[in-house]
Design a protein around this ligand. Sequence first.
Ligand SMILES: C[S@@+](CC[C@H](N)C(=O)[O-])C[C@H]1O[C@@H](n2cnc3c(N)ncnc32)[C@H](O)[C@@H]1O
Length: 189
Amino acid sequence: MNRIHHWICRSGWWKKFLAQDLIPWALDGTAWGGCVLEIGPGPGLATALLAPGAQSLTCMEVDARLAANLLEKTDRGKVRVLCGDATAMALDSGLFDSVLAFTMLHHVTPAVAQDALFREVARVLRPGGLFAGTDSLDSPVFRMLHWFDDLEPVRPETLRQRLTAAGFDRAEVEIRKREFRFRAWRARA
Ligand SMILES: C[S@@+](CC[C@H](N)C(=O)[O-])C[C@H]1O[C@@H](n2cnc3c(N)ncnc32)[C@H](O)[C@@H]1O
């Protein structure tokens, strides 16, 4: 992530937005919980909000420094932090009840890597398990925030079909002003 992202993802403004708006909207009406995997936790502001609602929480962060910092500040009894790439996770299949991803998919480039991530998420979920999260909509401001950063915006109108192709048997995508949310359930068969 570039400097501006590091700053935003640690800010009080982002913390309040996650707590009062983005995460409640993302998870509203879902039965998330149990054994949870969060991919792309960054500095961990969402992690702190999710931990109380999970039986156990594993975080998979690709950036070694962010993963080390998160490990330092988390309750190790409940939260496990792993440094790794969510497109190829060194985790057994069917381990998790829920996988959550907030504002991270657009950092996974190129689009085929996003599809690999969707397949990996389906693999580590138990049959019927939930994959839910959000990402930002493409816009000139969004592109400006990603100067000198990895960026592959996700087109929400294509996401349902991409999730189904990756092994989810039901997927829902809802768009609002600046973000979209998605929910998908791993096929049972
Ligand atoms: C914009 S930050 C979002 C952080 C956090 N989810 C939040 O909402 O505050 C995106 C995070 O995803 C991580 N990330 C990007 N690609 C990843 C991958 N392939 N596997 C795991 N984490 C990844 C980045 O290193 C970064 O920490």
